[in-house]
Design a protein around this ligand. Structure first.
Ligand SMILES: Cc1cc2nc3c(=O)[nH]c(=O)nc-3n(C[C@H](O)[C@H](O)[C@H](O)COP(=O)(O)O)c2cc1C
Length: 264
């Protein structure tokens, strides 16, 4: 089984490729959390995968909370791997995943990461890739994935193939904790009422069901405690009407689209 969380689709793409290669089922973590479902039954030699984007050099808190509460019936040292997508590097994210899994009685056997287009557009410069860069990064990611897949398919243990970063402790522990404390919040999203089309796209794409948008009305955040600031609402808005902390107006938008995986 493959548990995954994805805001803007990069990780969903990687998880679906893993599912195709292994023939194993995909389980969206956000849906599981909304349903309060934490117990699953494992088949005898079934692999356990955790796919997630890197947020502040850590797994998003929704992934960490889910993992800590997970109950896997039938677990007998089944092969368990983590697969992260990131804009640049993962820091010590897999140390956090390993610890969280241990608290659920599960051992992480192998860890992989792949660079995908950037989705964090804050706080200063426009960090989002141009469409050409995004296309190139996705092509490179597909190449890298095809090199990594055999390790997962063959259940190779003890593999750590990740781009860690130059100062992983500073990134994950220091900046990561600052990030989680101050910047993971839905309170900083605002909507430009003039520009908003009231189309409800933001409600549809929010992976954690945190936005309501009654017909013809402006979207409102429900503040349900599950917002990871994945930026799906910001990136998908067809009118670019959603802003984060007054710093994202006029900056680029991106979300994974399978057309970006084609050669043209
Ligand atoms: C809130 C947030 C924080 C992020 N932090 C990092 C980071 O610390 N390091 C990094 O390399 N990429 C970071 N990124 C980029 C994402 O990890 C990357 O674009 C990922 O592929 C997005 O996956 P998704 O489309 O499945 O949500 C961040 C993105 C967001 C939205």
């Amino acid at each position: 089984m493959i548990f995954y969380f994805s805001g803007t689709g990069n990780t969903r793409f990687i998880a679906s490729q893993l599912s195709e290669a292994t023939g194993e089922r995909l389980i969206p973590i956000a849906t599981a959390v909304l349903d309060g479902k934490y117990d699953y039954e494992l088949a005898a030699s079934e692999r356990i995968g955790f796919c997630f984007p890197i947020h502040g050099w850590r797994p998003p808190f929704i992934v960490r909370d889910f993992v800590k509460r997970l109950q896997l019936k039938g677990y007998q040292g089944n092969y368990c791997y983590g697969f992260a997508t990131c804009g640049d590097d993962v820091g010590l994210a897999f140390d956090y995943l390993r610890e969280d899994l241990l608290s659920a009685g599960i051992t992480l056997d192998s860890a992989f990461s792949v660079i995908m287009p950037e989705t964090y557009n804050f706080p200063v410069i426009d960090q989002i890739d141009t469409p050409e860069n995004a296309r190139r990064k996705i092509a490179d990611a597909k190449d890298r994935l095809s090199r990594l897949l055999p390790a997962v398919v063959e259940c190779r243990r003890g593999v750590t193939d990740v781009n860690e970063s130059r100062w992983p402790r500073i990134n994950s522990r220091l900046l990561g904790s600052f990030f989680v404390k101050h910047w993971v919040t839905d309170a900083k999203f605002t909507v430009d009422a003039e520009a908003c089309l009231r189309c409800g796209k933001c409600r549809q794409v929010c992976p954690v069901g945190n936005i309501e948008c009654p017909e013809g009305k402006l979207p409102r955040w429900r503040h349900n405690g599950l917002c990871t600031t994945c930026f799906a609402c910001y990136h998908h808005c067809p009118a670019h009407a959603i802003d984060f902390a007054g710093r994202t107006r006029g900056k680029r938008q991106y979300y994974f689209d399978k057309n970006l995986t084609s050669e043209n």
